[in-house]
Ligand binder design. Structure first.
Ligand code: NAP
Length: 266
């Protein structure tokens, strides 16, 4: 039996173990996906143990997604471009880092039939960077608004696709929202019942990355609003997980089984 680890802090409420363990069981694989709470000062030692033990790989989550870049033998072009890692695969004693968030985001949008053209991304962390790369690749016009403006400026300066970049803006006004067709929430706002667009009229599409067991207030409001398309964080979670599963096992992921292991239908 090989293991796959989830490395982060906190990890207790993660929905990933249910999805991956259901997928291993469905394919008759004797593997086990385990969440491990790892503090920053334990990260290097944890990766060292991964190199030595019977571990296929890992998912990496907050707060280690950037630190891992400096601790592995190889980093994929995708992870380097995004500047963050969410998946590690072990090849012999060497660890390779990758990022499947962009794949998850792209597939979730495609599944909803969404082709955003004018997009506001809320947040400027690793998830926002993955989304901005994908949106620029798809030719969209992208604005980034973040609580800490300097980080949005940095994202706009450092992420470039085909010589195109996002622009940094202040937290969106109603006028900004009226000009956009889609808002992507790439902050944790919603986990504590917040609505990042409270009091504002929504654009035609809402993509909320927060992978919550119950729908966030933004997702609930968008679903209750006529003519608004909603992409729930669980959908991106599913598709990034499926791609990670493929990287660890080399097998076609049983997506229907993984979807059924989520706490609600998406
Ligand atoms: P991160 O790198 O830590 O970035 C967090 C971002 O959220 C930063 O821009 C931060 O702003 C902002 N933020 C945090 N608390 C805030 C608050 N109270 N008000 C306003 N802004 C706030 O995290 P991440 O990896 O990008 O993840 C962001 C979100 O995406 C999380 O909810 C995560 O669970 C979700 N996510 C979902 C998936 C999926 O598959 N569905 C995949 C990846 C991530 P500052 O710069 O000002 O701190």
């Amino acid at each position: 039996m090989s293991q796959v680890w989830l490395i982060g802090d906190p990890v207790a409420h993660s929905l990933s173990p249910a999805m991956h363990n259901a997928a291993f069981a469905a394919l008759g694989l004797p593997h086990r996906y385990e969440a491990r709470e790892v503090k920053a000062e334990q990260l290097a030692a944890t990766l060292e143990r991964m190199r030595q033990e019977d571990v296929l790989g890992a998912n990496v989550t907050i707060p280690h997604k950037e630190a891992v870049l400096r601790l592995v033998a190889r980093v994929s072009d995708e992870a380097r471009r995004i500047g963050a890692v969410n998946t590690i695969t072990r090849h012999g004693g060497l660890l390779h880092a990758d990022n499947t968030d962009g794949h998850g985001f792209r597939t979730a949008l495609a599944e909803a039939g969404l082709e955003p053209r004018r997009v506001i991304v809320l947040g400027a962390g690793g998830a926002a960077r993955a989304c901005v790369v994908e949106l620029l690749r798809a030719g969209a016009d992208v604005s980034v608004a973040n609580r800490t403006r300097e980080r949005a400026d940095r994202l706009a300066r450092s992420v470039e696709v085909d010589r195109r970049r996002a622009r940094a803006i202040a937290w969106p006004s109603q006028h900004d929202l009226d000009e956009a067709d889609t808002v992507v929430n790439a902050t944790p706002l919603g986990l504590q019942n917040e609505d990042p667009l409270r009091g504002r009229t929504l654009p035609r599409a809402i993509v909320d990355l927060v992978p919550a067991a119950v729908p966030t207030p933004l997702v609930k409001r968008a679903k209750a609003t006529e003519n608004v398309t909603v992409v729930d964080g669980l959908s991106m979670l599913l598709h990034q997980a499926a791609r990670s599963f493929q990287l660890w096992t080399g097998l076609e992921p049983p997506v229907a089984v993984m979807r059924a292991a989520l706490p609600r239908p998406v």
